[in-house]
Design a protein around this ligand. Structure first.
Ligand code: ATP
Ligand code: MG
Length: 180
């Protein structure tokens, strides 16, 4: 599974529809302070099901919608689409490409879609569970979380490493088997 592209439309500072194609070899996004780098990462977390407006630096979820600037009026809708190459069927969907989309309106109404078909948030969570890419995973590590890892106790740090290495899943199964 590979990240192919991201379309951001009306989300945070991206008032205009913006498409990022993740070509092979692309390893970094750079730009001046305030240019929207963190907003791109937040768009990815949001489309993958993030439910905490606070962790997206907002008060309530519709705050992710472009709020307007001196030159432009605020928008009423935000939309993010993320597309993965799924030739290896890593995601359990029988299609070579998987596009997940999320939309939100000012009144708070929102929609999730997988390959253009409306689904529930739960379906998005289930699609990415155990892929290392879900909303609770460590594939996206914010500045604050780096500090938390450095400041944690060795035992807690081990838990994080086991989670990343995919060991914790087996530990849970082992525990379950022993309990039975
Ligand atoms: P840094 O290098 O300082 O980390 P950055 O490139 O990560 O900067 P972001 O934090 O992604 O920058 O972008 C911040 C900008 O996004 C600010 O100018 C802020 O006003 C703008 N912004 C955030 N939310 C919205 C919104 N809902 N509507 C319009 N603009 C927004
Ligand atoms: Mg930033």
């Amino acid at each position: 599974m590979k990240l192919k592209s991201l379309v951001i439309n009306g989300f945070k500072s991206f008032a205009d529809k913006t498409e990022i194609n993740f070509q092979p070899g692309m390893t970094a996004i750079v730009g001046p302070n305030g240019s929207g780098k963190s907003n791109i990462i937040e768009a990815i977390r949001w489309v993958l099901g993030e439910q905490s407006a606070k962790s997206l630096r907002g008060g309530k979820m519709p705050d992710v919608i472009f709020a307007g600037s001196a030159a432009r009026a605020a928008l009423n809708r935000a939309e993010v689409l993320i597309t993965f190459d799924n030739h290896d069927r890593y995601l359990k969907i029988m299609s070579d490409e998987v596009t997940v989309a999320r939309r939100i309106y000012r009144d708070g109404n929102s929609e999730f879609l997988i390959n253009g078909k409306q689904v529930r948030l739960k379906d998005i969570i289930n699609l990415f569970i155990d892929t290392g890419l879900g909303r609770e995973s460590f594939s996206i590590i914010s500045q604050g979380r780096v500090e938390a890892i450095f400041n944690s106790k060795p035992q807690e740090r081990r838990t994080i490493i086991e989670e990343v290495a995919g060991v914790s899943k087996y530990k849970k199964e082992k525990q379950k088997a022993e309990d039975e």
